[in-house]
Design a protein around this ligand. Structure first.
Ligand code: ZN
Ligand code: ZN
Length: 358
């Protein structure tokens, strides 16, 4: 079958090959036919080595499709079911799952070191234990989450990562208060979802900060009340908060430099929410005096910062009610052959979300 493979970490192009096989089917597993997959910035970060990932590997972790086959012992799923791919499946029994914090369950990561594809040349890994830039993938049953019939595959794919991450940061983690002031630094697909989450929560001002003009324009369409370049951020803070700083600042880039900017633009007693996925060797610095004296709350948000399945359900409910716009987040569509162009568009900030149709 066809799949897009990265041969070595650090390369920036994928090779679309037709000699790839999805392996590992058996008890507790399901075989999926992927129909749509979004391109998430984490795919690019794994390719460049910012996020740890063994290679060769098939990127993609934001996907949806149909169940083709179900292994022994799998209940609640059968062939033909429409599902989205959850790259962080909950085991249901670990302490994190028992507390309802399934976004912190590590069970899924245990599989990430096991190759789930192979080629005549050898084993191929899937990104984060999934790998959706492919026609078929075998995953644990917990990675296949049934979706209602009215949710198109392309919308379900977005909910599988970016939308859940961004919405959850505003709703679960920061719990943005009605009438508050919010700034969102970084307005790709996740940042736009954070903007939408802040709007759903009733924020009075939502300032989108991004160096790319097309993303700033997009942020305004999705509910930002103002959109500025990083150079204009200090001025916006002065005008909107009288210099005090924002009630909430979301860092959706994944870099210590932007996290520091976010920290400095959070008001005393306000909330800095870290949403971006960053590197192991990039350290965020805060001095001990400002940490206690300014009482800014630093709240990291991993995959929406709450029970993952509940976050999916909420995203679907908000989308169905017309309270969030997911269809307009898909700014580009490609077939698998166009994947490298799509990666370039993501790197330049031209696309919010590219939907890869398979
Ligand atoms: Zn667990
Ligand atoms: Zn993602």
């Amino acid at each position: 079958m066809r799949a897009a493979v990265l041969h070595e970490i650090g390369q920036d192009k994928l090779e679309v090959l037709d000699d790839v096989e999805a392996v590992g089917f058996g008890p507790g597993k399901v075989r999926l036919r992927i129909r749509a997959t979004g391109l998430c910035h984490s795919d690019v970060s794994a390719m460049s080595g910012v996020l740890p990932q063994p290679a060769p590997f098939i990127p993609g972790h934001e996907g949806a499709g149909e169940v083709i086959d179900v292994g022994d012992g799998v209940s609640g799923l059968s062939a033909g079911d429409r599902v989205l791919v959850c790259w962080l499946p909950a085991c249901g029994t670990c302490p994190a799952c028992k507390r309802g914090q399934t976004q912190l369950c590590l069970a899924g990561f245990m599989n990430a070191g096991t190759p789930n594809f192979k080629r005549p040349g050898g084993d191929v890994f899937g990104f984060a234990g999934t790998g959706t830039f492919t026609e078929e993938v075998v995953v644990g049953a917990g990675c296949a989450v049934p979706i209602p019939d009215d949710v198109p595959f392309e919308i379900a794919a977005l909910i599988g990562c970016g939308v859940t991450t961004g919405l959850g940061a505003a709703i679960n983690t920061a719990q943005v208060e009605a009438g508050s002031s919010v700034a969102v630094i970084g307005c790709g697909g996740v940042g736009i979802s954070t903007v939408q989450g802040a709007r759903v929560r009733g924020a009075a001002q939502i300032v989108a900060v991004d160096p790319v003009a097309s993303r700033r324009e997009a942020a305004l369409r999705f509910g930002a009340t103002e959109a500025v370049s990083p150079d204009e951020f200090a001025d916006a803070r002065q005008r909107i908060t009288a210099g005090e700083g924002f009630d909430y600042v979301f860092e959706v880039v994944g870099k210590s430099a932007t996290a520091r900017t976010a920290y400095e633009n959070t008001r005393r007693g306000g909330t800095l929410c870290i949403v971006g996925a960053g590197a192991l060797d990039d350290n965020f610095q805060v001095n001990m005096f400002e940490l206690f004296f300014d009482e800014k709350r630093i709240l990291p948000s991993m995959y929406g910062g709450g029970d993952v399945l509940r976050s999916y359900e909420r995203a679907i409910a908000l989308w169905r009610a017309g309270r969030i716009d997911l269809a307009s987040m898909i700014t580009h569509r490609v077939r698998l052959d166009g994947i490298n162009d799509a990666l370039d568009q993501m790197r330049t900030g031209e696309s919010l979300r590219t939907c890869v149709e398979l």
